[in-house]
Every structure is written in structure tokens, then in C-alpha cells.
Design a protein around this ligand. Structure first.
Ligand code: GLN
Length: 189
């Protein structure tokens, strides 16, 4: 299995390290031809407006959006979540996103969060994080804060977190993404 990590801006090497720890090969995705030969892609955190601009410049926005629409596995963290939830960007997750949703006072914070399917809480690192106000019927909420803000969700081929699992030592979300790719490949085999 080879997982691509979109390498235009943001927390790229941390995702590569995490995936390597999980025992999968990675490939940095800088330009359109790089999308060949990967089984899934991570859209990292950073600045969603910048990543979007660079996707357009590299002529990757439309092809990537098309791949996602066709069921290609994608894992978006933070800015990656924003891009996946925006219809005009990658449009992979049916949800209503609030960018920089925690405001200035709580720009960055860490919190133990409960995640459906995980036995113990996950250490959430939130950095000028977005959240989802709601998700459509085709999406499943994986984690919600006590105040109801949705911070992790899944929809068929798409996994998103508002926080940064790649900045922890906990590989459970990356493993979840690997399992998602595995199960899709088994269905298609
Ligand atoms: N606030 C950023 C955005 O909306 C996301 C921040 C992050 O990825 N850490 O693009």
C-alpha cells in the first residue's frame, strides 16, 4: 500500500512519519502526475486558502476532486477537513464547516476527546481548528465535543479530523485510514 501525502503546504513530514510507523509506504504529492500509483491521499493541516491556491496552480484541484467523487480514499486533517467540506474545493464530505471555529481566545488548545470505536480517549491537538456544525445523512460523526461541535467524521472513502493526530504518538486515526483503504480494496478485488 502506498499513501500519498499532499506536499504543497503544512504538516507534511509528520503525516509521513506516522504512516511509516504504521508500516505503509508514502509518496509526496507535489504535482498532478504524482497522483498515479497511490492507494489513498492525506490532505494535511496548514492554511486551507493557501493549499487551495496551490492545488489550482498545480492543476490538481479538479482531478483530485474528481478522484474523491469516484471513491478514492482521502484523509483530511484540519485545513484538509476544511477543503473536503467546501463544495467549491474537494467536496468530499457532506457537512457544514466553520473555519477557525474556536475563535481567537482558544486559537490553539489540547483536549482529551472520546472517539466512537476507540477504547480510550484521543489526545486532540487543535490549532486554529475548524469544526463541523452538522453533517449530512451519508456521513458518520466519530467525535463530538461536549458542546456539540463535531471534530471527527467519516463518509465512505473520506475521513476527517479537525485536530492534528499526526502531532501525537497515537496512530489510531492513521490506522483507521489504512483500514478504510484495505476494506475498499477488498471490496474492489
Ligand atoms: N485555520 C486553518 C484553515 O482554515 C486550518 C489550521 C490548521 O490546519 N491547523 O485553513
Amino acid at each position: 500500500m502506498v499513501i500519498g501525502v499532499l506536499d504543497l503546504q503544512g504538516a507534511v513530514s509528520e503525516h509521513v512519519n506516522m504512516l511509516t510507523q504504521c508500516g505503509v509506504d508514502t509518496k509526496l504529492i507535489n504535482e498532478l502526475p504524482d497522483l498515479d500509483g497511490i492507494d489513498g491521499i492525506v490532505v494535511p493541516g496548514g492554511e486551507s486558502t493557501t493549499i487551495r491556491k496551490l492545488l489550482v496552480r498545480e492543476q490538481m484541484l479538479a482531478p483530485l476532486k474528481q478522484l474523491v467523487a469516484e471513491g478514492f480514499p482521502v484523509f483530511g486533517t484540519c485545513a484538509g477537513l476544511v477543503l473536503l467540506a467546501q463544495k467549491e474545493s474537494l467536496n468530499g464530505l457532506d457537512g457544514d464547516v466553520e473555519r477557525n471555529g474556536f475563535g481567537r481566545q482558544r486559537e490553539s488548545f489540547e483536549a482529551k476527546i472520546d472517539v466512537n470505536g476507540f477504547d480510550t480517549p484521543f489526545h486532540g491537538v487543535f490549532i486554529r481548528a475548524p469544526y463541523l456544525k452538522s453533517v449530512g445523512n451519508s456521513a458518520t460523526v466519530l467525535s463530538k465535543l461536549e458542546d456539540g461541535r463535531i471534530v471527527a467524521a467519516k463518509q465512505e472513502n473520506v475521513l476527517v479530523t479537525a485536530f492534528h493526530p499526526e502531532l501525537t504518538n497515537d496512530a489510531r486515526f492513521h490506522q483507521l485510514f489504512i483500514d478504510l483503504i484495505d476494506s475498499k480494496q477488498r471490496v474492489n478485488a
